[in-house]
Design a protein around this ligand. Structure first.
Ligand SMILES: [Zn+2]
Length: 167
């Protein structure tokens, strides 16, 4: 999957940064060279969703690909995300003091939301006006307004399966 050209490109690009230097990758995020052979993802920029044509995909389009390249070169890739930006270029609101807090949807759909740090690979949803991102009913108190959360729908799926069983 990784070509020799890509490896050469990666060596050039990664080593062109001084330690402490930062590198912006459009639609992916910002990386900092945090060691001789270490890169850290420090910002996430959600790219606009689009139809991907693998042939036209540039190297720059995903964190996973960059991570593979780094591994290929024996570099460490770590994540310590300070800021995450949503699809519209707005800063995602993930308050530090709420990290680890969870709440159950008051509309009883079975969903639990949890505040987790932004990381590549985790999917966050926005709570607006207390509306549950799963059932679309009023499910959360004011404290949760405009907070980006991870949605755990395990309970909701179990409820649905149980209902189908009974019908
Ligand atoms: Zn709900």
């Amino acid at each position: 999957m990784i070509s020799e050209d890509e490896v050469i490109w990666a060596i050039r690009t990664f080593t062109s940064l001084r330690i402490g230097g930062r590198w912006h990758v459009n639609g992916v995020g910002v990386y900092e060279r945090t060691g001789v052979d270490e890169l850290t993802l420090v910002e996430i920029h959600q790219g606009k969703p689009k139809i991907l044509d693998y042939n036209e995909m540039s190297l720059f389009e995903s964190h996973d690909h960059l991570q593979l390249l780094a591994e290929e070169l024996g570099w460490k890739m770590i994540q310590s995300v300070e800021k995450a930006w949503d699809y519209d270029g707005k800063l995602m609101n993930i308050p530090d003091e709420l990290i680890g807090r969870a709440a159950v949807c008051d509309a009883d759909c079975g969903v639990i939301v949890r505040v987790e740090p932004a990381e590549s690979g985790t999917v966050h949803a926005l709570i607006e006006n207390g509306i549950c991102p799963y059932c679309n009913e009023k499910g959360f108190t004011k404290k949760w307004n405009d907070v980006w959360v991870v949605v755990d729908d395990t309970g909701a799926r179990l409820k649905m399966a149980k209902k189908e069983e009974e019908e």
